[in-house]
Design a protein around this ligand. Structure first.
Ligand SMILES: Nc1ncnc2c1ncn2[C@@H]1O[C@H](COP(=O)(O)OP(=O)(O)OP(=O)(O)O)[C@@H](O)[C@H]1O
Ligand SMILES: [Mg+2]
Length: 376
């Protein structure tokens, strides 16, 4: 039996007085719940205006980290391939890893903090010469910086919306070349942290206000992009040299509450879509013609290769006003919630391809093992 290290970051429990487990930090305020937990305890709101007001104040600090249910499900899937050694990616991760010396690590750790947070676990694995699944530290950091990733995509001729980065309030000269409406987001976040309907800016006044809000709240630069007004898809990719795009997931914005904007952001992900009220927001396989599907798959694989992704990633794609597929962002650590009611895109696409949740997780590890010549 091979020994499989399993690296993850677990969300703090809703009632945990100690807050998230980082290893040695002071306790956090227990009121600071991740939105997934907060929203499950709240009355669902179908009122876009109410959510608009509430969302910017909702706490999304741990939105990227995984729940105990997801961690248990991944552990179960991995345990069919070997002996699983849990390695929570807290500050003592290097010591844990060094002591455990697994044959390979399955990595889904989002990291504790900083712009290189997703790179920390794979970099530590490399330091100790231990193989791991998924993309390398460089690709993880590159994709987490959405502007840097877009520069690389543009270099390779992969369509992506025109953009600029704002570092300070009022420093908006670079924005003159962009055409409204514009869409703004924090430069290196995921799981829709900082992305609400307010981020769609139709005027310079809207833009100035929302850029200031995001700069202040997230203390990081703000990416300003032209708004892609067409249909949206998210595309799960599995593999390396022969990487395949799984059945496409289309966003069905018609399922959002009346008056909601066509954005798959914080409100849609964490407030309106709940396990007890799943939002029929995804169509998988997407009902589109073969030509458009082929175009989207081409752009998806081009982005996967340009950014150096390995084993798996999820590529978000949106059509521009002319119907051309543009890459919005690439997620080399895709969300993998196990319960179908949780509406998690990658497991959904896998199911449509005939892969169970366990098979999806196992395939990712097997792909990594193959790269390293490890027989699982
Ligand atoms: N330039 C754009 N034009 C139109 N819509 C956009 C644009 N950028 C982002 N969006 C909308 O906002 C959503 C969230 O943006 P993005 O995927 O960059 O955020 P994220 O938080 O990294 O997402 P994830 O949950 O996939 O990690 C997109 O799915 C899309 O609906
Ligand atoms: Mg996204």
């Amino acid at each position: 039996m091979k020994r499989i290290g399993f690296a993850y970051n677990q969300k703090p429990a809703p009632d945990a007085p100690g807050g998230p487990s980082t290893g040695d930090e002071p306790p956090l305020d227990p009121a600071e719940e991740p939105p997934s937990i907060a929203s499950r305890n709240a009355t669902p709101s179908r009122d876009a205006a109410a959510v608009l007001t509430a969302a910017p104040d909702a706490d999304d600090q741990f939105a990227e980290w995984d729940s105990p249910e997801t961690i248990d499900a991944v552990d179960r899937a991995l345990s069919r391939l070997g002996t699983v050694i849990r390695l929570e990616a807290t500050r003592d991760f290097p010591e844990q890893l060094r002591a455990a010396r697994p044959d390979i690590v399955f990595n889904m750790a989002e990291g504790l903090a900083g712009v290189n947070r997703e790179a920390h676990v794979p970099a530590i694995c490399e330091f100790f010469g231990i193989p791991y699944s998924g993309s390398d530290p460089f690709t993880l950091t590159l994709c987490l910086n959405k502007a840097r990733a877009k520069q690389v995509l543009a270099y390779y001729g992969v369509p992506t919306a025109p953009f600029a980065v704002v570092e300070r309030p009022g420093a908006t000269d670079a924005l003159d070349a962009l055409r409204y409406p514009l869409f703004v987001k924090p430069l290196h976040e995921g799981s829709s942290k900082g992305i609400t309907e307010r981020n769609l800016c139709r005027t310079p006044g809207d833009l100035d206000e929302q850029v200031r809000f995001l700069l202040d709240r997230y203390a990081e630069p703000v990416l300003v992009e032209e708004f892609l007004s067409g249909d949206e898809f998210t595309c799960a990719v599995l593999g390396n040299d022969d990487a395949q795009v799984l059945p496409l997931v289309a966003m069905n914005f018609g399922a959002l509450p009346p008056g909601a904007l066509p954005i798959y952001g914080f409100e849609a992900k964490w407030l309106w879509d709940r396990p007890d009220h799943p939002l029929p927001i995804f169509d998988c396989p997407a009902r589109i013609d073969d030509e458009l599907r082929a175009q989207i798959e081409r752009v998806t694989l081009a982005a996967y290769r340009a950014l150096g992704c390995r084993d798996w990633s999820r590529v978000d794609v949106r059509l521009d006003a002319a119907g051309v597929p543009n890459v919005v962002e690439v997620n080399p650590l895709p969300g993998i919630l196990p319960d179908p009611a949780d509406n998690s895109c990658f497991p959904k696409a896998a199911r449509a391809a005939g892969l169970s949740y366990d098979e999806l997780i196992q395939t990712c590890l097997i792909l990594a093992a193959e790269r390293h010549g490890i027989d699982l």
